[in-house]
Ligand binder design. Sequence first.
Ligand SMILES: [Zn+2]
Length: 412
Amino acid sequence: MLPGIDSYASDSSYTSEPAPSTAGHPTADTESSEPSPPPMPLPPHNQRFPDPESAINAINELAQPAGYAVIKGRSKKTKSGMVKKVVLFCDRHGEYKPALSDTSRKRKTTSYASGCKFQATLRRQLLDTDTNANTNAWILTVENREHNGHEPSDASTHQVHRKREMTQQMDAIRSQLDLQIPTRHIMTATQARKPDSCLIERDIHNLRAKLNRDFLQGRTPIQALLMELPTDGKWLFRYTLDPEQHVTVLFAMYQKSLEMLKHNPWVISMDCTYKTNRYNMPLLDIVGFTCTGASIYLGWAFIVNEQEETYKIVMVYLLEMYEHLHENDRSFPSAPSTILTDKEPALINAVHAIFPSTKTIICIWHINMNLMKKALPLLRKAIAEARDNGLIEWDGFSLPSNDHRLTKEGIG
Ligand SMILES: [Zn+2]
């Protein structure tokens, strides 16, 4: 229980004030001589709190369901520099400023300020001067009880309440952000966990941006990547930077892949995958084959482009791996005997330049793909003509409908 709230109802000093409404709206007043109850319940007058932060938190616990929020305003210090008074405002205080439509601003801002004059004060009071520990208390006084210029509003419109909830939900949301879960899915999970959650998508978005900034610590994403590469010895990394310090090649091989290469050094295959990263760097996959024909993943390289000079850098890194294994075991070949590629002249030339004794052949899967791509339209035409001429009677005879989606199994 937060300090202050538990004794709110029994606070005798508050009974001289009109009874607060817990519904957040005015209630019918049977005696016209008494002033109307406040539209939003007031925080506990004359209540003691151990410090201003717990006071603000306790007041906002009460204010959230009532549709308002308080924020810390100016504070006053003693000559010795000790804070002796803290003023609290409604978060709708201040003059309303219309939204700025100036296109030079990055974000359109809307002010919720409506000139609310509600004000309360926390004053430090020394309870016992004989002891020097825990002798301070903060006494709350409501100076202006009127919330004017605004109605009670949903907690999601009060940044203070969203910030408080974010503090409580931080661990759960942070672990979801670490898993790269999209914002809308995090929102759904948060609402399932806490049906009265007041968080909005922007809060999740802002936390994601803050965590990214904290992680980067002023580094560019690529600088951060290179500094965060695992150094536990399980991975072998090599990279090249251009004069502007941009990464042109990032090559990686897992230690266990190196072990597998040691036993299966003869035939490897290379091919690029696309759309794997925000920088549109192609990902060159390096795959090996066992004596039983099974494929094994050997390594990968992000490359800035598919030019011969770039492929050569990757081949030099691969050659380094072969030379390393060859130095440790002279029976290990100093180069693969065959490298399978697609029909990519830049890659084939790079292989020949760095591994002059290695044969290159075009991968059968790519040949089949190309064959089907070129031959399918001709075959379709021939079959249609044969049908028209009555040479084929069976309607079930058909060809794959989309040659771009053929799988390896589909062709083989
Ligand atoms: Zn107000």
